[in-house]
Design a protein around this ligand. Structure first.
Ligand code: URA
Length: 274
């Protein structure tokens, strides 16, 4: 069994790929290693930067127009990335999050969750908010969903500790994992913006509808948002499923893998020497 196949098996993709008629198995056959996979089924027209601010997403023809689902993320007026002079140093930013009392979630949290991974990473993954395990341990995506995320990243050759930084829209757990409210998102927004201004990621992956709708300030469904290169403060942003959703909907793991391949292609297109 090839190493790429083993990685896909670890993600739970192996049997799925055998059942599907097109185009994933042929994709695998062209790939000597998962790291160098090219998604023939996902061939976005990646627009090289610079790109006009607020330009629309790059459409992928394979994505069918689907009716928009009811929005789950409240719209919160976006703010700009902090300028260099407004940036807290990374350790102070982390300390500010740990001490934060800007919203009611500070009363029910056990720990704040700043994020995990490499502060110098070129990939930024953004989820919704800490869950129970994350709240207890103070780390992002450490439960079963996090394990799935780590193995999906490994399948495209990324180490979740060294190649990416993983954080959430909210740094505190909403009680009972309820959806975050608009005032909580607004109170937390500057922390994520500060993180982005520090990291200067080449690509952002929004995990799940909540993160996607919050960052993109729209109410579109995941089906509409996937498969396109959006932009968040001029940084390419790819939308994918939340790993917790994937645990309940195994067939969509293959699509999530396509999303990561799209993110990787986007990142490489930007970083390749001209
Ligand atoms: N779900 C999220 O969105 N983030 C986490 O950190 C854990 C679960």
């Amino acid at each position: 069994m090839s190493s790429s196949w083993q990685r896909l098996e670890a993600m739970g993709l192996g049997p799925l790929w055998q059942r599907r008629s097109l185009p994933l198995p042929s994709l695998l056959a062209t790939a000597p290693a998962a790291r160098s996979l090219t998604a023939t089924s996902v061939s976005p027209q990646v627009t090289p930067p610079p790109r006009p601010r607020h330009a629309g997403p790059v459409e992928h023809p394979a994505i069918q127009a689907m009716p928009a689902a009811a929005p789950i993320a409240p719209l919160v007026a976006p703010t700009q990335l902090p300028a260099a002079g407004e940036l807290l140093p990374w350790p102070e930013l982390e300390a500010a999050v740990a001490a934060c009392r800007r919203c009611r979630l500070c009363e029910t949290r056990t720990n704040t969750v700043f994020g995990r991974g490499q502060p110098g990473a070129r990939w930024l993954l953004v989820g919704e908010a800490p869950g129970e395990n994350e709240d207890r341990q103070g780390l992002a995506f450490v439960g079963r969903a996090g394990q799935l995320l780590d193995s999906m990243l490994a399948a495209i050759g990324l180490d979740s500790e060294t190649d990416v930084f993983i954080t959430n829209v909210l740094k505190c757990r909403p009680p009972g994992n309820r959806n975050p409210s608009g005032d909580e998102i607004a109170a937390c927004q500057n922390y994520l913006l500060q993180q982005i201004a520090h990291l200067k990621p080449t690509v952002i992956v929004a995990l799940g509808r909540f993160a996607a709708q919050t960052l993109l300030q729209n109410s579109d469904s995941i089906a509409r948002l996937r498969g396109k290169v959006h932009h968040y403060h001029d940084i390419p942003l790819i939308v994918s499923f939340h790993p917790a959703y994937l645990l309940r909907n195994l067939p969509d793991k293959a699509k999530a893998w396509q999303d990561l391949v799209l993110a990787q292609r986007t990142q490489r297109a930007i970083e390749k020497p001209h």
